[in-house]
Design a protein. Structure first.
Length: 475
């Protein structure tokens, strides 16, 4: 029997796959004008390529755990890498908008399996006491992809052509596929329950409809009534999915049992608000830098590299901080600091020194990285290994949904602020951006309030933190 590969190698492979998949969702943003010329359509029409990819993820992620339990982690993960890589090449070879949209949907199916099943592989291969380190290792690629995607896409598009944004995934995908077959065990869940088709269909309608309708509401569409009706229908579908799932909790895709755990529910409820807030800032800031400051697209993208630097720097301190202070204290204190750093971004103006802007963005990158690491890890600290599959599939779906709504909520907030101030949202002013950012800062406090009921020693088996009063009691 083959000796299992070290968890470090497996975690490194999953981190690379996470980065590749999430980067692909953001990197084409700056390539849209050139792609539009190739397809002979307007640049706005290319947004559907980004939307189709995002909606496919939202629909298919919930079934990732069930598929992995049925066919094995290695089989599904390797197949997902293969699908994603082939679809990437076909995206780059597309000659029309319709071909591109179909290939993006195909690519989204691979991505929907690749990231959550990869996380499940890490959960099964990593001891509880090293879980925080492993989750920190696979969290930062997702954060950095949001930041480096636009400037990297602009560089590749300018000097090589937009096709290479997708062609570069070919060598990366081949390497990842070979390593997955060599390193990942083909583990399965202990019990494979019947597939919950009704919840899957209703949940898919709710997820895709919510993301799509909110994107329409955040755009400049004049048919807001239709978008509102679609949003209402999607939310009703979600309610129906929950009600039906409650009748069959043992086989449902919605993991009600894990939601009873305070540690898991925090990452679903408060964590979703935080992911929305953090996803908005990389959208609002480049717009503010270009529209209100008069900077170029490339210059505004370079500012966000400070966020990336902050993300990376905090990884050195995440594990020692967890050991010293524990999950509860860090989530509450660091959550407040993260919200405050977002609020500081509302003070930016054309006269703000560049060094100060970079410093604030660097600090915010560090704080948000710490909060992401803690909330993502806390989701699994109290789960028995037998529940990893269902909980991970459900958590991954919620994560994708909240992340996907970030840009849409940012656009909606900006439009509402502009209308409230009595001018067109088509030409937002500096004050509009500042007020929208302040609203987002409040939203980022979600995990802080959810962490209040946590015990001081919550997740101590993973963090290694023992509160002083508990030490005294032991002595």
């Amino acid at each position: 029997m083959k000796k299992p590969r070290s968890p470090f190698y497996v975690t490194t492979l999953i981190a690379g796959a996470v980065f590749m998949e999430l980067l692909d969702g953001t990197i084409i943003a700056t390539a849209l004008p050139q792609m539009a010329l190739s397809f002979h359509v307007g640049a706005v029409s290319l947004n559907i390529g980004m939307t189709a990819y995002m909606l496919t993820l939202a629909v298919f992620i919930p079934i990732s755990g069930w598929v992995a339990d049925r066919f094995g982690s290695r089989s599904v993960f390797a197949s997902a890498i293969g699908i994603f890589t082939i679809a990437s090449v076909l995206c780059g070879a597309s000659t029309s908008l319709h071909q591109f949209i179909l290939m993006r949907i195909f690519q989204g199916i691979g991505g929907a399996m690749m990231v959550p099943v990869g996380r499940l592989v890490v959960l099964r291969a990593t001891p509880k006491e090293r879980l925080a380190q492993a989750m920190a290792y696979i969290t930062w690629p997702g954060l950095s992809a949001l930041v480096v995607g636009p400037p990297l896409g602009g560089f590749i598009t300018t000097y090589w052509g937009w096709h290479w944004i997708f062609f570069l995934n070919l060598p990366l995908g081949i390497i990842a596929l070979v390593l997955a077959l060599l390193w990942v065990e083909n583990s399965r869940g202990g019990e494979v329950h019947p597939f919950d088709w009704i919840t899957f269909l209703l949940g898919g309608i709710a997820s895709a409809g919510t993301v799509y309708s909110m994107e329409l509401l955040g755009g400049n569409s004049s048919h807001w009534q239709r978008s509102a009706l679609l949003l209402a229908f999607s939310l009703l579908s979600g309610v129906a999915a929950v009600l039906i799932a409650r009748r069959h909790p043992a086989t449902s895709l919605i993991d009600f049992e894990s939601l009873r755990l305070t540690s898991f529910s925090l990452t679903v409820y408060g964590g979703s608000a935080f992911r929305v807030a953090v996803g908005v800032l990389p959208f609002l800031l480049p717009l503010m830098f270009q529209i209100a400051f008069g900077l170029s697209a490339f210059q505004s993208g370079l500012y966000l590299l400070a966020l990336f630097a902050g993300d990376l720097s905090m990884k050195v301190f995440a594990i020692p901080a967890l050991r010293l202070f524990g999950f509860r204290r860090i989530i509450m204190v660091n959550g407040v600091l993260t919200a405050a750093s977002i609020a500081l971004c509302a003070t930016f103006s054309p006269g703000t020194p560049t060094a100060l802007i970079l410093g604030i963005l660097f600090i915010h990158g560090g704080f948000r990285s710490m909060e992401f690491t803690c909330t993502s890890t806390l989701a699994y600290v109290d789960l028995p290994p037998g529940r990893f599959s269902r909980a991970n599939g459900f958590f991954s779906a919620i994560t994708q949904l909240s992340s996907g709504m970030g840009v849409a909520i940012g656009a909606i907030t900006l439009r509402l602020v502009a209308h409230a101030r009595g001018h067109s949202a088509a030409a937002p002013q500096l004050r509009d951006f500042q007020l929208a950012i302040l609203f987002i800062a409040v939203l980022a406090l979600g995990p802080v309030f959810n962490a209040i009921p946590l015990a001081p020693d919550a997740g101590s088996g993973t963090s290694g933190h023992v509160p002083p009063n508990l030490n005294t009691a032991i002595e």
